[in-house]
Design a protein around this ligand. Sequence first.
Ligand code: HEC
Ligand code: HEC
Length: 224
Amino acid sequence: MSNKAARNLFIIGSLFFFVIFLVLTFDTMGKLDKRAPVITEEVNAGKMTWHKYDCIGCHTIFGNGSYFAPDLTKTAENKPKGYLKQFLMDPKAVNAKAAMPKFGISAQEADHLIAFLEWTSKVDTNGWPPKPILAAAAGVGGKELSAGQRVYQAQGCTNCHMINGIGGTTGPDLTKVGSRRDRKWLHEHFEEPQKVVPNSAMPGYKHLGDQALNDLTEYMLTLK
Ligand code: HEC
Ligand code: HEC
């Protein structure tokens, strides 16, 4: 190859790959903005509150932080706002065994934190964090599910409750709930938790209808 041909190859080759580099850069930058919703004043205030109480000292978010407590990136997806608010302001009022301390978070700070967590839950994280635990709790283990187990699975009870070590930790452990509650209590509690347990943070399930609540109750009674 002559010197001239080598120089042309170098210049044209460089230009070619520089153009590809530019196209890919613009393509990525164009998509980045769409992966996260707009940051409002409230979301920003929530992030400040997040730092004020050093939540990352126990929790992870987007994979960063400490592994003492659950990852919070997608928490707001599975938990109603009222529930999160009660939990943030006083974890032990929601679950007597909660390990999260009461920090003295005000109602306004809780609203800000929830706005921040709602924002993180809407960020496109390519499926992070993975969900093996919830999937396992859903009973993908071969055995045929009872009617009550199917309702339990479909309603996402496992987001808040644990059975035999699988599930969420903010609600009470249900592994032995059948030995401490009877049929009548369970049914009434499903219809309207606050009627049976004052200030209960659990959502009501009256809208599921009697049949589904009976199935759930039967399932709970087998947990001993
Ligand atoms: C000292 C450690 C610690 C700190 C600091 C802490 N948490 Fe927690 N948090 C926990 C633990 C442990 C749990 C799991 C439930 C339980 O046992 O209380 C939890 C649970 C939660 C949950 C429920 C998660 C779910 O999906 O079930 C939320 C929401 C939460 N924390 C938010 C926060 C926020 C916001 C902050 C900062 C204001 C914070 N936490 C600071 C320990 C901590
Ligand atoms: C957003 C969180 C959340 C969800 C979702 C949830 N629960 Fe609860 N649950 C709680 C909390 C908090 C309590 C403790 C307060 C109470 O007893 O009402 C509780 C209490 C209970 C109790 C009483 C436990 C005891 O020993 O007193 C049962 C049974 C129960 N839940 C079953 C269910 C079932 C079944 C579902 C799904 C249909 C469900 N829960 C969905 C948060 C939740």
